[in-house]
Design a binder for this molecule. Sequence first.
Ligand code: UDX
Length: 438
Amino acid sequence: MRVAMIGSGYVGLVSGACFADFGHTVVCIDKDPSKIERLNRGEIPIFEPGLDDLVETNVRDGRLSFSQDGAEAIRTADAVFIAVGTPSRRGDGHADLSYVHAAAEEIAGLIQGFTVVVTKSTVPVGTGDEVEAIIRRVNPDADFAVVSNPEFLREGAAIGDFKRPDRVVIGVNEDAAAERARTVMSELYRPLNLNESPLLFVNRRTSELIKYAANAFLAMKITFINEMADLCEAVGADVQQVARGIGLDKRIGAKFLHAGPGYGGSCFPKDTIALVRTAQQYGAPTRLIEATVAVNDARKQAMAGRVEKTLGASVQGKTVALLGLTFKPNTDDMRDAPSLDIAPALIAAGARVQAFDPEGMHEAAKLLDGVEMKDSAYDAVQGADAVVIVTEWDQFRALDLDRVKLLMNQPVLVDLRNIYRPEDMQRRGFRYSGIGRG
Ligand code: UDX
């Protein structure tokens, strides 16, 4: 199959490289010339484990290429994917669809022969209808089908998620082109048959909603365990054992029950708000998700207060070290990271903040005014009155704690990801607090 991928951001790049690895011929397109130049030089603009090798192999074998001008690729494609950004619209939280609409206009003028136009971007219910209307208006004779195929890729584990997904959701409307569209989509994902990953064919609006429902459910699950963590602290219970105790029930499941500083990232915050807005617009409010959004926002803001609680004193004039700034490990992504709430709150309370992150420093330095960026975890903890583990990078699990203790002004550790055990830390002489562990 020939694939044109419009948008070479996170989703477009990972999906494009994986489709090429499946044996298809893929052109990843982006309007940003510097991004395409970098990709053509073999530089990967994002940090994603395994992506550099995957891109290199498939470029070398001639299945993957990058272009600023997508005209030729779109003309000859069996499937054109729209994988552009859908940021939150400032002011109202609705998804901003201007890039999706622009892509639809571009596609409309170019496609030749039967073409499946696939929305990969996370788009509100009904966007497929809009894309279809745009293409039909611009090119009334076009032979095409618009299909929804949401991504469920976790940053840091995206390639595995693409190649071994729990399921692939494909939304096709029952019209004259439906059968041909299903054939193209089945062919694109054919290698997954070997992994027995089900292709779930539904109608287009259902597919669009599944994406939001999945993310909202996971965000709700995290928020639920975060509230349980607070309750555990109040009643003297252990949230990790609560999570295990409920997670072993298969109806609940063990995943996404890690209590922490609140969810962040490029998807959950944006998609939960967008779902809330869509639901309100259609007069069917989703109150559980509204509460999830509010509880999570409040949680991120409250995390700085835990430092003072553990210190037993104000942070005024104290030095606080933040370990980990990205919203989760194995990414350089800072979008809606809890550190963006925690660091400013500490600075506002009079603390001096120094920080280290294995991959996120470059981006973090642009976003975190007044934070001193250090070259290593040990540099960051030097002279600190409290260390806060904000992101659970593996290297922070393996810290030389005796060295950390020696470097610190006083051994106080606030572990927002529960990567250490309270009894171990006490034994080592730290004043320690985790999340939801009494
Ligand atoms: C998410 C979805 O998992 C993915 O399917 C979707 O397509 C995009 O959004 P991602 O944002 O990359 O992926 O990260 P994820 O691993 O889901 O974590 C999201 C946030 O939740 C992070 O801030 C993480 O720290 C937090 N989280 C996750 C918890 O606090 N506890 C958990 O148990 C799991």
